[in-house]
Design a protein around this ligand. Structure first.
Ligand code: XLS
Ligand code: NI
Ligand code: NI
Length: 436
């Protein structure tokens, strides 16, 4: 086994009074909350692309991350070393799941066949590391946005040759995910959108995207991949407009093209913020359609208009996420994937630990606060009471589509002017504060 982190003890729960920064203050994996251990509620995953491949460069400055195990080359040996170090990291931090793009784990070759062979070599090693370490693949995906050939999109490229190339890449990535027993497969439409409508046939591109996804579903069927497919909404960046702009747009697209049965959504906090919604709004929209699958757990920086992928440390936000996840009975195939990177200044290997610990503890606290809010019941009771008029005979008939405008008009005449009730927003916010 690799020993890149030999000087770091496995991270353990030491409780809120510990002053050891390399310990969990709240994440106690075996602690039972609402009948299940914390680890099963939270299902943390680390993202290979950020943890192992992000040099922390930005548009104004080069990489800063110190990665002594990485020789910077595109060799298979280097790629194998990286996956070894990654699994050592997962082991030390105590994370059970991971996610990757094909091109993060294996170098792209000169041809599509060579790329697929490279991927195969790495997948062999991943398979072994997974079984030795008891780790699982939360989801796999194909990187259809980095290579210059995808500059106009992949499944929505105007070029049929690029579309075919992307299809080949997805076929291989799907097969790799299947071999690794992946629980899911994500489509994030990095460049599936446009920079200007002047050169774009939008409706044709959307039809192509649907055809692409249908082929993926059929291929999954033919190889026996039963994992969950996800679309990950994001409104923009790198394109000016991305078709999968938010949860509602994705759901409409999936429904229109008969894909909703096989797809759920992977909702990312920072993307929700970029779309002008809150994370909770996006989660509720997905849950209302029975389509919340998984979460990319990160957060933005208020006022910054791009995807900064900070580690999620805001306890209000983690509380809201856990309230929604618990309201749907918890994750099934999904989990909390830290699609998050350290700040450029946090360049030391140990910062990978600090960053994940910060995110894990923030979510563990969010879980505990959410459980306390649920147990307390005041908020739920308030909402129930607010809609109690609908529990009447008339309410039930309206909800089941059995009432008419005539009947309601007669009812309104009988009842006179409706009484007004306060929404009590500040009172509710104060209740939440008293539980955090
Ligand atoms: C980028 C996305 C990406 C997906 C996987 O903004 O979050 O990382 O999660 O392709
Ligand atoms: Ni993401
Ligand atoms: Ni993102």
């Amino acid at each position: 086994m690799s020993s890149a982190f030999a000087n770091i003890e496995p991270i353990r729960y030491e409780g809120p009074d510990s002053s050891n920064p390399l310990s969990f203050k709240y994440y106690d994996p075996d602690r039972v909350v609402e009948g299940r251990p914390m680890r099963d509620h939270l299902r943390f995953a680390s993202a290979f692309w950020h943890t192992m491949r992000n040099g922390l460069g930005d548009p104004f400055g080069s990489s800063t991350a110190c990665m002594p195990w990485d020789d910077g080359s595109d060799s298979i040996e280097n790629a194998l070393r990286r996956v070894e170090v990654f699994f050592e990291f997962l082991d030390r931090i105590g994370i059970d799941f991971y996610c990757f793009h094909d091109r993060d784990v294996a170098p792209e070759g000169e041809t599509i066949e060579q790329s697929s062979e490279n991927l195969s070599i790495i997948v062999d090693r991943l398979e072994k590391l997974q079984s030795d370490g008891g780790k699982s693949l939360l989801w796999g995906t194909a990187c259809l946005f980095m290579h210059p050939r995808y500059m106009h999109g992949a499944a929505t490229s105007p070029s049929i040759e690029v579309f075919a190339h992307a299809a080949a890449q997805v076929k291989h990535a799907l097969e790799a995910t299947h071999r690794l027993g992946g629980l899911g497969y994500v489509f994030w439409g990095g460049r599936e959108g446009y920079d200007t409508l002047l050169n774009t046939d939008m409706s044709r591109e959307l039809d192509h995207l649907a055809a692409f996804l249908h082929m993926a579903v059929e291929h999954a069927e033919s190889i026996g991949f039963k994992g969950q497919f996800y679309i990950e909404p994001k409104p923009k960046e790198p394109t000016t407009h991305q078709y999968d702009s938010d949860a509602a747009a994705c759901l409409n697209f999936l429904r229109q093209h008969g894909l909703l049965e096989r797809f759920k959504l992977n909702i990312e906090t920072n993307h929700a913020e970029l779309s002008g919604h809150t994370m909770q709004h996006e989660l509720k929209t997905a849950i209302a359609a029975d389509a919340l699958g998984s979460v990319d757990a990160n957060m933005g920086s208020p006022g910054i208009g791009w995807d900064v992928d900070r580690f999620p440390t805001d306890i209000y936000m983690t509380t809201n996420v856990m309230l929604e996840v618990m309201s749907m009975g918890g994750f099934t195939t999904g989990g909390l994937n830290f699609d998050a990177k350290r700040r450029r200044q946090s360049f030391e290997p140990v910062d990978l630990f600090h960053a994940h610990i910060a995110g894990m503890d923030a979510f563990a606290r969010g879980l505990l606060v959410a459980a306390a809010i649920r147990e307390d019941g005041r908020i739920e009771e308030f909402v129930r009471e607010r809609y109690s008029g609908w529990d009447s005979d008339l309410g039930r008939r309206i909800e089941s589509g059995d009432a008419s405008l005539d009947e309601l008009a007669a009812h309104a005449v009988r009842s006179g002017e409706p009484s007004m009730e306060s929404g009590r927003q500040e009172m509710l916010e104060s209740i939440i504060n008293s539980m955090i």
